[in-house]
Design a protein around this ligand. Structure first.
Ligand code: GLN
Length: 490
């Protein structure tokens, strides 16, 4: 048996039956990391000893009959989540040696069930990017074709799941960073409703947009992981007091009723967008037909402010980022630059040497847009546009249960292709940003492969706190198309 190909649900089953041990499973993933991660570069930190220690503990728990959903399951964490005693860098030089004193709530939840934490995955610095090329350390490569990016900013997590370096991984999504790398790597990525999962201990990028969520091999695993990660957290004042349902019920609903009675909206503005790869359009048409075949009614809807989405996001996110990143000044947080003349010089050198170019660009855009002379024209206006986008979605959901779109306008692009042209990189976020501006949940499910052999994902969006519909429809879609991408050969 190839232990590394097991999904979380399959591994859970075999662990519970004691047909495999967590140590064996963990070792199988560690062997793959050892063999292949020098080409993929998914991880910033791996601690094999710590992982095996956790696996041994999990096996002891299982022997005692203390078997929870994630006991003994090896998962990877994006390096933006604070892990007590384990380096948390946000892929930035400024946090290169930062070892947190505490765990993020999400990390605590995995530990409370004795999951095995395999390591910390690479990302765009402070989660700013769409390709994982903005890491201060190295770029991650797409396991399907190592000349291509894995997507970003949770590219390390998505690549680690696709390359079978872990059974599942945690990502964060501020403008698409769970869904887009999942799409590019042929795995499932679920961005929960804003407030569904605690952000406590997650280094902030843009606080009104950030959400934590699962990246997994299939929809069942995503439901299982959201069950574990979700729920109100008194330590995060923006976490929602909403009840946490058992998301695997979405699968049961599908098995019982299929998708009949469901209506999917197709935004008419999306067909007028330029620069969408014809293969992505073909995948999207096929996906609609598949869903129709499952009894879903397809309906045209309108999101009139689609053209303003990228502009609004790329003002609001940098504004919030500039406020959040002010703390990395070499005094409160961050590696202090020691060769400076005076305090101001120290601040300047710490920031210009500690932050990469994309992070500096965002801080400059953010501080400029928030400055007193420009606040109304930029941040104020972008916030008004955000309210209009929210209204668009509210109206659209009066007429449908889910909204469909591609995840990205093109399959994964080549490493280096867009780094010199940030605007083109920003435009590639067109389909994913709305979920964050509105707080809505969205899922990316593998839906096809392009001629170059790279996966393409379908995005489904649902009303606030209705992740259940995403699990139901995502699972149904997955059953109907089989495994359209499979697993990459490394
Ligand atoms: N690509 C977007 C950005 O660069 C989204 C990143 C994210 O979701 N963290 O801001």
């Amino acid at each position: 048996m190839n232990l590394h190909t097991l999904t979380i649900a399959q591994a859970r089953d075999l662990l519970a039956k004691k047909e495999i041990s967590s140590v064996e499973l963990t070792q199988a993933f560690l062997d793959r990391i050892d063999k292949y991660d020098h080409t993929i570069s998914a991880f910033i930190t791996v601690d094999p000893e710590l992982a095996l220690e956790q696996a041994e503990k999990a096996d002891r728990q299982i022997a005692k009959g203390r078997n929870q959903a994630f006991t003994g399951i090896p998962v990877a964490l994006k390096d933006v989540l604070c892990t007590k005693g384990v380096k948390t860098t946000c892929a930035s030089k400024i946090l290169e040696n930062f070892v947190p004193q505490y765990d993020a709530t999400v990390v605590e939840k995995f530990k409370a069930q004795d999951a095995v934490l395999m390591g910390k995955t690479n990302m765009d610095e402070f989660a700013m990017g769409s390709s994982t090329e903005n890491s201060a350390f190295f770029a991650t490569r797409n396991p399907w074709n190592t000349d291509h990016v894995p997507g970003g900013s949770s590219g390390g997590s998505a690549a680690a799941v696709a390359a079978q370096f872990c059974a599942g991984a945690v990502g964060t999504d501020t403008g698409g960073s769970i869904r887009q790398p999942a799409s590019h790597c042929g795995v499932v990525g679920l961005k929960p409703t804003y407030g569904r999962v605690s952000r406590f201990g997650v280094v902030a990028y843009a606080s009104s947009l950030d959400q934590v969520g699962p990246i997994t091999r299939d929809v069942t695993d995503a439901a299982m992981m959201l069950n574990l990660m979700g729920g109100h957290d008194p330590k995060d004042s923006t976490s929602a007091p909403e009840q946490l349902p058992d998301f695997t019920k979405g699968i049961a609903i599908f098995k019982d009723k299929g998708l009949s009675g469901m209506t999917a909206g197709i935004p008419k503005e999306f067909s007028q967008l330029k620069g969408i790869d014809p293969q992505v359009l073909a995948m999207f048409e096929n996906a609609q037909k598949t869903l129709e075949g499952l009894g879903v009614a397809i309906k045209e809807i309108s999101l009139p402010h689609t053209n303003a989405v990228v502009a609004a996001y790329y003002i609001i996110a940098p504004c919030e980022a500039s406020a959040n990143l002010a703390r990395f000044d070499g005094v409160r947080y961050g590696v202090r630059d020691m060769d400076s003349q005076d305090l101001i010089d120290m601040y300047k050198k710490t920031k210009s040497r500690g932050f990469g170019l994309e992070v500096q660009r965002r801080i400059i855009i953010g501080t400029y847009s928030l400055s007193s002379g420009y606040y109304d024209a930029y941040y104020g206006r972008a916030s008004q546009v955000r309210a209009l986008i929210m209204d668009d979605f509210k109206n659209a959901f009066d007429a449908c249960d889910i909204i469909l779109s591609p995840v990205a306008p093109t399959p994964a692009f080549k490493i280096g292709e867009k780094v010199a042209d940030p605007l083109t990189m920003y435009l590639s976020d067109i389909f994913t940003l709305s979920c964050n501006l509105t707080g809505l949940p969205g899922i990316s499910v593998p839906a096809g492969v392009c001629a170059a052999g790279l996966p393409m994902g379908l995005q489904m969006m649902a009303p606030h706190f209705d992740e259940m519909s995403l699990i139901r429809a995502g699972y149904g879609f997955e059953q109907a198309v089989g495994n359209p991408v499979g697993l990459p050969e490394l």
